[in-house]
Design a binder for this molecule. Structure first.
Ligand code: ADP
Length: 521
């Protein structure tokens, strides 16, 4: 029996699209039974065969991009351009990267064997974990559902995906799997809310890949800890962008504006804190405000689908609207000034892109994730001050540094405590599938993409091969005085890197001969 109906709403029009329900215990059991059965089939496939399935998905995505984008707009309210670049383009790019690199990433590796283990061989093999549970958020429902799932699958796992109840994309996923004849039950999309998510965790998946809020991430990690389920947590951010006074102001304003307002700022790597050097501060802020006012928003298209020309879409989650408003109210109450945008209609999904100045780190806008089309602008004088301000945060997901002086940009990029930095651009690390992505501090645990993208869904197993024969190792029984003396001499010679190799070699030979003689018969 399914309980509690959850409505899925179009944020642009506020119309009810359809409803989903929390899953029963029995339904969850059946899902795991199917996943475990699918594991067997997937593990028998070669990597090339798994890749072929994933490439079919990519072809389908290219053939059906308009359909996917329409569905994304309907459920998230994002602009058509945002839906295209961050969800369609990026998933195709990830597929292409892993098409070319998976075999190498998952290949058995030879590892170094120390001289003390002469004659033995060391290997690392990457084996599937089993069933991976992917729990996704509402802001990038297609890419966040798709990318971790195909990576887990290429690594040989079955995948259970619990999409966000706000943007489940129900119907779309099923159409994709059916029309590509994707391996049965390799991916299972399970619709529901937190209750369903919690039930799925309770059945002990072999790993959880979670993207979402810090609050939910902490609860999920707590639940996972009870059964020692490994987790990757991709959580929130409060991205700083540092702008030095040698930049091309026009280009940088355009870049920063995109970094702050893309997907209406509902990206964990969008710019939330903008630090501008005092010498260009006034000019920079003026241009930022002038240009921000020219952005075309979902506000103008409330009763239609977003046209191609809409820059900034709607706010997807009603709960997020409240948070954004709370941050703005708090900032204004504490002395900040809104230069454009702001709350024009309380509770509305359509918020104008907003530039706020005179912000401090004592305001919610200065330290909590706002996750809306709002950029908090602050001033700095010196390089060290900019670094200190950027690092004064509980988050550490991504950041950007803008300067013509590449030496300085590199220095600052390395000094920021975060998982990703882009120089003279923003959130571009995330767009390169070859780079590991993830955060530090409250921004999460673990990395995916790059080699990590497959290793995180693998059991990295170490195997050490020794030969059969009559000789035993000197550290085996029986423990004798001769062996003890000889081992202690070898240890001294070896670890002090003594030049007395002759003695070392002699001891080595002695060890062999003792290994033959001194055995328990
Ligand atoms: P948001 O809705 O702001 O993205 P969440 O981080 O709460 O925030 O939700 C992200 C995903 O995590 C959603 O799919 C949601 O259903 C799921 N989720 C939230 N809380 C839990 C929980 N306690 N257990 C399992 N899944 C959860």
């Amino acid at each position: 029996m399914e309980t509690l109906t959850i409505p899925v709403i179009n944020p642009i029009t506020n119309e009810l699209l359809y409803s989903i329900s929390e899953k029963s215990d029995q339904a969850i059991d059946e899902i795991y039974e199917k996943a475990h059965a699918a594991e067997q089939t997937i593990q028998k496939l070669t990597i090339a065969e798994r890749i072929a399935h994933v490439v079919n998905l990519k072809e389908w995505i290219l053939d059906n991009s308009d359909l996917i984008i329409d569905k994304l707009i309907e459920e998230t309210g994002k602009s058509r351009f945002d839906a295209f670049t961050s969800e369609i383009f990026s998933v195709c790019d990830v597929v292409d990267y892993y098409k070319g690199h998976s075999k190498k990433i998952l290949k058995e590796e030879k590892a170094h064997t120390p001289i003390m283990m002469l004659g033995k061989k060391s290997r690392i093999v990457y084996e599937p974990l089993g069933t991976i549970l992917v729990i996704t958020p509402w802001n990038y429902p297609f890419v966040q559902g798709f990318v971790p799932s195909i990576l887990a699958f290429i690594a040989g796992n079955a995948v259970i995906i619990k999409p966000s109840e706000l943007t489940p994309l129900k119907g779309l996923w099923e159409k994709m799997l059916e029309e590509t004849k994707f391996l049965v039950n390799a991916f299972q999309f399970v619709y529901g809310g937190r209750e369903t998510g919690a039930k799925l965790i309770s059945k002990r998946p072999d790993k959880i890949h979670f993207t979402g809020s810090v609050k939910a991430g902490k609860i999920i990690m707590g639940e996972a800890a009870k059964q020692l389920i490994p987790v990757d947590l991709e959580l929130g951010g409060k991205d700083p962008a540092i702008v030095f006074d040698d930049v091309n102001i026009s280009r940088t304003v355009n870049g920063v504006m995109w970094g702050a307002f893309t997907t209406s700022g509902q990206s964990c790597t969008s710019i939330e804190r903008l630090y501008v050097q005092d010498t260009i501060y006034d000019e920079f802020v003026k241009e930022l405000v002038d240009k921000t006012k020219k952005l075309r928003t979902s506000n103008e298209h409330r009763d239609t689908q977003q046209p191609d020309e809409c820059d900034v879409g709607a706010i997807t989650s009603p709960a997020q609207i409240k948070i954004i408003e709370e941050h703005l109210d708090d900032a204004v109450a504490k002395g900040a000034t809104i230069l454009c945008g702001g709350i024009t209609e309380r509770g509305s999904h359509h918020m104008l892109p907003t530039v706020v100045v005179d912000v401090t780190h004592d305001m919610l806008l200065g330290y909590e994730e706002t996750f809306g089309p709002v950029v908090a602008v602050m001033k700095f004088k010196t390089e060290q001050e900019a670094i200190d301000l950027a690092n004064d945060s509980n988050y550490g997901l991504s950041a950007s540094v803008w300067s013509k002086d590449m030496k300085r940009a590199e220095r600052v990029a390395k000094a920021i405590k975060t998982g990703n930095v882009s120089v003279n651009n923003h959130m571009l690390t995330e767009a390169n599938a070859a780079l590991p992505f993830g955060g530090i501090k409250d921004s999460g645990i673990g990395r995916y993409k790059g080699d990590h993208g497959l290793h995180t869904f693998s059991n990295s197993k170490s195997i050490l091969y020794d030969a059969q024969g009559s000789i035993i190792d000197p550290h085996w029984y029986p423990f004798t005085a001769t062996k003890y003396k000889m081992l202690s001499e070898i240890t001294q010679a070896y670890f002090r890197k003594s030049k007395n190799w002759l003695k070392f070699a002699k001891n080595g030979l002695k060890a062999d001969s003792i290994g033959k003689k001194e055995q328990i018969k």
